[in-house]
Design a protein around this ligand. Structure first.
Ligand SMILES: [Zn+2]
Length: 207
């Protein structure tokens, strides 16, 4: 069951105070090959991001507390370029895409931006959006995961999972050569979890 409780928040941009919902529990069954969770109750992902009804700022609860004041002006400029109507409702994929855009201008790391785009693809699929929306977010996830790798943002222990995931995202984009390159990188690491090797072997056969 996905459970939520009311949560009061104050927007770091327009200082509007409003009530949102915080997820307190959820359960996951299986995961798809790109780690998209199959939730046993309602999809909690949209509710992890809070939308300011006044200005359209979107962020996790911590983003409401920790937005760097020096970055607030550039985030405001980004939001000014997007459509917003007082109290507008945003679905899951829209929340994650908007949060990813805000993340770029609020100084988040490439790995965090990549993760937001990845979750946008999951929400897109769960909501049955046109495939082009999912594909476009997936391309951006790949771009930022590659930037994060180049900037050495990941712990060494996480690299096998990152290469598997990049392989799988490229595979889903029809880029078999890049997919195989990342899948094969798993062989460079010691002590990779057996389930990850199994998943890799299965997906590699489909490239
Ligand atoms: Zn606001």
């Amino acid at each position: 069951m996905t459970m939520m409780v009311p949560k009061s928040l104050k927007c770091p941009l327009c200082v509007r105070e409003f009530e949102s919902q915080m997820v307190t529990s959820f359960s996951v069954g299986e995961k798809e090959s790109d780690f998209c969770p199959r939730y046993l109750g309602a999809n909690p992902l949209p509710a992890f991001l809070h939308v300011c009804p006044g200005c359209g700022f979107v962020g996790f609860e911590a983003d409401y507390r920790n937005l760097d004041p020096a970055k607030a002006e550039s985030v405001k400029r980004v939001l000014a370029g997007l459509q917003w109507q007082e109290g507008q409702r945003l679905g899951g994929p829209e929340r994650y895409r908007r949060a990813a855009l805000i993340a770029m201008y609020s100084g988040k790391k490439s790995a965090q931006i990549a993760d937001l785009y990845l979750q946008a693809t999951w929400c897109s699929r769960m909501d049955g959006e046109p495939e082009e929306e999912e594909k476009s977010a997936r391309k951006k996830a790949v771009k930022y995961f590659e930037l994060a790798l180049a900037a050495q943002e990941f712990d060494t222990a996480d690299l096998p999972v990152v290469h598997y995931l990049l392989g799988e995202l490229y595979r889903r984009l029809g880029e078999s050569k890049r997919a195989r390159e990342h899948f094969e990188r798993l062989d460079e690491f010691q002590g990779v979890e057996p389930w990850l090797i199994d998943w890799r072997d299965k997906q590699l056969k489909q490239c």
